[in-house]
Design a protein around this ligand. Structure first.
Ligand SMILES: [Zn+2]
Length: 222
């Protein structure tokens, strides 16, 4: 998995809010070789004890390994019915993910996660606002998740719409939240929504700005 923007099957960026107890992000290579799999039983949902023992780096490593399985074309071993039963009386997700609504970028599938592993907030263009922040604060400060992951993707229609200044009902206001990323993206050449390279560059910057905005915004400390 690449640590920066990639196509719809790849994760993009990880960040942790200031209210999370965490260390810095290790390199993917180090994590992939040094950290044992914290979750080997795909038929079980995470228990509180299992989740609480995981470090943020181990959780990120788990998602990266899941992404590797997905990218390699290996079939998932997730037993979602067993996980649904196991999590019926309580959930102890390890992470909260902010991603786009794009049908080609389902975070759980891309990272081979099971039911009960992750909270997932999806909104076009993976932008954050107070409601998204509130959801993340619930996930982390109230429910115990240890990692916040912001995931963008290539060929994002919301990003292309923001670039081309699309006006459409309530979508207009949403796309306005992506405009700072359009303006902040240095790119030589065609800066239109039909240039896939520019769209992807803005998507990458949009993730970075979402992370910066989220970590500088008001947050409930845990
Ligand atoms: Zn998108």
């Amino acid at each position: 998995m690449r640590s920066t923007l990639s196509d719809s099957s790849h994760c993009t960026h990880t960040t942790r809010r200031s209210f999370l107890k965490s260390a810095g992000i290790a390199t993917a290579a180090g994590l992939l070789t040094a950290v044992p799999s914290p979750k080997l039983a795909y038929a079980a949902a995470l228990t509180k004890v299992e989740r609480d023992k995981l470090t943020p780096d181990e959780i990120i490593a788990m998602m990266k390994r899941g992404n590797e399985r997905f990218r390699s074309g290996k079939g998932t071993q997730q037993d979602v019915l067993a996980q649904q039963i196991a999590s019926a009386k309580g959930q102890f997700p390890a992470t909260v993910i902010l991603s786009c609504i794009d049908s080609r970028a389902p975070a759980e599938t891309i990272m081979d996660l099971g039911i009960g592993d992750a909270f997932n907030a999806r909104v076009a263009g993976n932008i954050a606002n107070d409601d998204i922040l509130g959801s993340m604060e619930f996930a982390c400060a109230a429910a115990g998740a240890k990692v916040v992951l912001v995931m963008g993707h290539t060929a994002c229609g919301a990003i292309a719409g923001a670039i081309d200044n699309v006006q459409l009902g309530n979508l207009t206001g949403l796309l306005a939240k992506i405009q700072p990323a359009v303006n902040a993206t240095s790119f030589p050449g065609d800066r239109s929504g039909t240039n896939s390279a520019f769209v992807d560059a803005v998507a990458r910057r949009n993730v970075e700005l979402t992370m910066e905005w989220s970590t500088s915004a008001r947050a409930v400390p845990c």
